[in-house]
Design a protein around this ligand. Structure first.
Ligand SMILES: [Zn+2]
Ligand SMILES: [Zn+2]
Length: 389
């Protein structure tokens, strides 16, 4: 088998990995560069962006832009797979940000946990993971008697993270190779578990009757943390778009876990102003005039919780619009990473025990993986370099 990491060997994001057997090829993820983490200019990829006569498919681990953002460039006729609920969330998100949804997005095929997809002689089995995107997967890719685990983005310190190592022990032990995300080899260490974060959210809500929260509209587990921390009797509010996203999750997952039963979410309208004042609230906000007005109205009496990566507010990755939106607010920072800690990266590799080592991707300092896992063969590739297994 031949493995080519077309992009993403030395950057966080911009991912696209190709795994090829004699006759068939699968691509994993096809994302754009994250701001401030740009790699070399993107070049055409035969089979994926330029049609050829081989049997190809694209499997997306999750809907973050650095994994899905180049979907429009996929050549016609190449099947694209994404988690079933993730696909619905992503289509609703696109509807908000784009006038037109491309045929590729609409035609995406749904993946379900442990439902193997076969493409000629290659099979791909999705293993559910905990990440800051909902319905995200690792992939176990099997062909020519070899087994490869591609981790996508994952973490073990979320609500569902504790199931990951046992699942890997069961389905992916003794693989031949791991292709592993390494975001937190260069970023700050993880501060807290998602459960610790939820407890802290509870404390903030005890102290403040009016709480605004800035977090990603598609970070469902984070929204769940705040939703369940909101004291009884207080309103939980957001805009119409956010409510629809939460309804998608509720429709498919509330029956499996009460955590995803977002039954008491209200779509904000001025008719609720008096009730908000009286009962107090937790409100999910984003940039925009409606929310800016509400922030002004409650300024000095509220808590404004910033629950995203701090890089959006500083340095090269700063968003000027977001900084302007929040310029007058006193922020309370409450966040934890969507990516595995270095200790958890090591725990994953030690669980699956790859025979021929690890290819680090999705990180700025892949060579640090060798310090972390001295017993493993760590293969540091360049973008586009072919690794033969
Ligand atoms: Zn990513
Ligand atoms: Zn991600």
């Amino acid at each position: 088998m031949k493995i080519t990491v077309h992009r993403g060997t030395h950057q966080i994001g911009g991912c696209v990995t190709e795994i090829a057997s004699e006759n068939d090829r699968v691509f994993i993820d096809f994302g754009t560069d994250l701001p401030g983490c740009e790699g070399a200019p993107a070049t055409p990829i035969p089979g994926l962006t330029v049609p050829d006569d081989t049997n190809c498919a694209l499997f997306l681990t999750h809907y973050h832009g650095d994994h899905i953002g180049r979907l429009k460039e996929v050549a016609p006729g190449v099947p694209v797979y994404l988690g079933a609920t993730a696909r619905e969330i992503y289509l609703r998100y696109l509807q908000r940000i784009e006038k037109e949804i491309s045929g590729h997005a609409d035609a995406m095929l749904p993946l379900s946990p442990l439902r193997t997809v076969r493409l000629g002689g290659i099979s791909v089995t999705p293993l559910m993971v905990d990440h800051s995107a909902f319905d995200a997967y690792m992939f176990l890719i099997e062909a020519e008697g070899k087994r490869i685990l591609h981790t996508g983005d994952f973490r073990l310190h979320g609500f569902r993270g504790k199931g990951t190592l046992p699942a890997l022990e069961r389905y992916a032990r003794d693989v031949d190779l791991v292709i592993c995300e390494t975001t937190n080899l260069s970023r700050e260490e993880i501060g807290m578990t998602e459960r610790d974060l939820q407890n802290e959210a509870r404390n903030i809500m005890q102290e403040h009757k009016y709480v605004f929260v800035l977090c990603s509209s598609t970070n469902i587990d984070r929204i769940g943390s705040f939703y369940h921390a909101n004291p009884r009797g207080r309103l939980f509010l957001c805009d119409e778009y956010q409510k629809e996203i939460l309804e998608i999750v509720r429709k498919h997952h509330a029956s499996k876990s009460r955590f995803y039963d977002f039954a008491h979410v209200l779509d904000y309208g001025t008719n609720l102003d008096n009730l908000m004042e009286e009962r107090g609230f937790c409100m999910l906000i984003r940039q925009g005039e409606t929310f800016a007005q509400l922030l002004r109205r409650y300024r000095g009496r509220d808590a404004v919780v910033y629950s995203m990566w701090s890089g959006y507010l500083k340095g090269e990755t700063r968003s000027a619009e977001l900084a302007a939106f929040l310029a007058k607010e006193q922020l309370t920072f409450l966040h934890t990473s969507g990516h595995a800690s270095t200790g958890d990266l090591a725990a994953l590799c030690r669980t699956v025990r790859p025979k021929y080592g690890v290819i680090p991707i999705h990180g700025e300092t892949p060579e640090r993986l060798a310090e972390l896992l001295p017993e493993e063969d760590i293969h540091i590739l360049s973008d586009g370099e072919v690794f033969t297994l």
